[in-house]
Design a protein around this ligand. Structure first.
Ligand code: SF4
Length: 489
């Protein structure tokens, strides 16, 4: 597909809209200031500025079909460039909906944080009707998606109104897993191949924690939440987890800490001893993720545990007294059916975990799983699965509290974190809405510095893989000094 831009260069946004309808295609681009006759699979986006009005035009040929739309806006329109871009996006959306018969339920919103828009409108004191009107008519969102984005923003509103510019969260990266799941796209390594790296990795991580804590003390920042992610942090042995958590407790002031999460992720890493170490060191929230409660699907995706192992781990965690347990599931896994997914959702709801996170498989991951079966990916019940989960979770008193989309998700869907009332994970909201500084330690960690007052965000990236993290540790840790630079500006 060739994308031809005439009188405009809205490449990023228009390509994003096109990808809603023709996933994972490679596009070529041409730029011209002329009118072009379109031949073959191509899209032509034209902006022609007259004396008072600008004419916007989208023409697409796809296979044997063609379709076009035209609109006109005033040159005096405030925020003229943005209006041109949005109008062309809407025209393209309409053309592609007609040509492909596909529905893209988030309309022309292609970014990963649709709730951020709603939060902004709420903070500008817009009414519910005004917000729905903008989401529907300006961004062409489907009513169900607007509902979920609005409900999510409302669940977040109290937490967001209570934020201090000096508070921060600490992210601890443990990029190891017992084995690699076939759909994984994280920076995570199977421990089989890197067992010998782990002791040095844990030592370096402790040094990075201490170094970061010194910076925090000098800046007077206040630790709000701790989050161990990865990977699967509970891949580490109990004594290593103990050492890391004790280093955190010995380095930071935890007296204002409101949440301490450790992703225990996979049931095949969980033992009573490890859970007790987490609890003893102040962790009050863990994730135990079945992804599905269908054993044959678990086997298909390379998770080396059964549904029963998940249930045993869950009961163990509850018996040890964790206040909040999250369980992740994925809609659209290969070989999973709508009925089997419904069974997973219903069984999980019966357990009444405080959080249930419903992910949708991304096409990229699915495609890697299914190199030879790409059609299966596009003919998938994921959308019905997500609708079912949404309906059942709402019926059972769960509230959506964070929501994000990834590029290339099946059916242009989303991931939604659901919680029992007042059981939101603060960290998940902070990271998704970009409202609090996250100081990350460990390989693959990315520190996000947020200055809400001045609307500034900066990032510092650690080395991605444990091997280079260990090897270049002394060089890398110097980058942490940029944190002080950010706060002194
Ligand atoms: S548990 Fe998560 S991080 Fe680990 S391999 Fe599986 S998907 Fe990747």
């Amino acid at each position: 597909m060739t994308l031809i831009f005439s009188g405009n260069d809205f490449k990023y946004e228009l390509e994003g809209v096109m990808k809603l309808f023709i996933p994972a295609k490679l596009f070529s681009h041409e730029f011209t200031d002329r009118y072009v006759k379109v031949e073959g699979d191509a899209a032509f986006f034209r902006r022609r500025k007259g004396k008072r009005y600008t004419l916007l035009y989208v023409y697409v040929t796809l296979g044997s079909k063609t379709c076009y739309r035209v609109a006109r806006i005033q040159n005096a329109e405030s925020d003229y460039e943005n209006e041109c871009e949005l109008t062309l996006s809407r025209l393209l959306f309409s053309v592609m909906s007609e040509l492909t018969g596909k529905q893209a339920k988030w309309g022309i919103i292609t970014g990963i944080r649709p709730v951020k828009r709603v939060n902004k409108m709420l903070s500008n004191d817009m009414t519910k009707d005004q917000i729905y009107d903008i989401m529907r008519n300006r961004y062409l969102c489907d009513n169900n998606k607007i509902d979920i984005a609005y409900k999510t923003a409302k669940t977040q509103s109290e937490i967001l109104s209570d934020l201090d510019n000096k508070s921060f969260s600490l992210y601890v990266s443990i990029p190891f897993c017992p084995t690699r799941c076939s759909y994984c796209s994280f920076v995570s390594q199977s421990i089989e191949g890197c067992l010998n790296l782990i002791p040095e990795y844990v030592d370096n991580l402790c040094r990075e924690i201490e170094y970061t804590a010194e910076i925090v003390k000098r800046l007077g920042l206040v630790l709000d939440t701790v989050y161990f992610g990865g990977g699967t942090p509970t891949t580490l042995e109990a004594d290593m987890l103990d050492k890391l958590m004790k280093t955190i407790a010995g380095s930071f002031d935890l007296s204002n800490l409101r949440e301490y999460t450790v992703e225990a992720g996979r049931a095949d890493t969980i033992t009573c001893e490890k859970l007790k170490v987490l609890k003893k060191n102040g962790c009050n929230r863990i994730s135990i993720n079945p992804q599905t409660l269908n054993d044959s699907v678990l086997e298909r995706i390379g998770r080396k545990h059964t549904a029963e192992q998940f249930l045993d781990s869950y009961k163990l965690a509850k018996s040890i007294g964790f206040e909040s347990v999250n369980t992740d599931i994925i809609a659209g896994l290969p070989t999973d059916t709508l009925d089997s997914f419904k069974n997973t959702v219903d069984k999980l709801i019966q357990l009444e975990p405080e959080n249930i996170t419903v992910h949708t498989l991304s096409i990229k991951r699915a495609a890697r799983l299914n190199q030879e079966e790409n059609d299966e990916v596009f003919d998938n019940p994921a959308s019905k699965m997500v609708d079912y989960a949404t309906k059942r979770l709402l019926e059972n008193g769960y509230l959506p509290y964070y929501l994000y989309r990834q590029k290339n998700m099946l059916d242009n869907l989303e991931n939604i974190g659901w919680c029992k009332p007042n059981k939101e994970s603060l960290y998940n909201i902070y990271i998704m809405e970009e409202v609090q500084t996250i100081l990350a330690v460990g390989a693959g960690g990315s520190t996000k510095l947020v200055d809400l007052k001045n609307d500034r965000i900066e990032r510092i990236f650690n080395y991605k893989f444990p091997l280079e993290y260990n090897k270049h540790f002394d060089l890398m840790i110097k980058k942490k000094d940029e944190i002080e630079g950010f706060y002194s500006e």
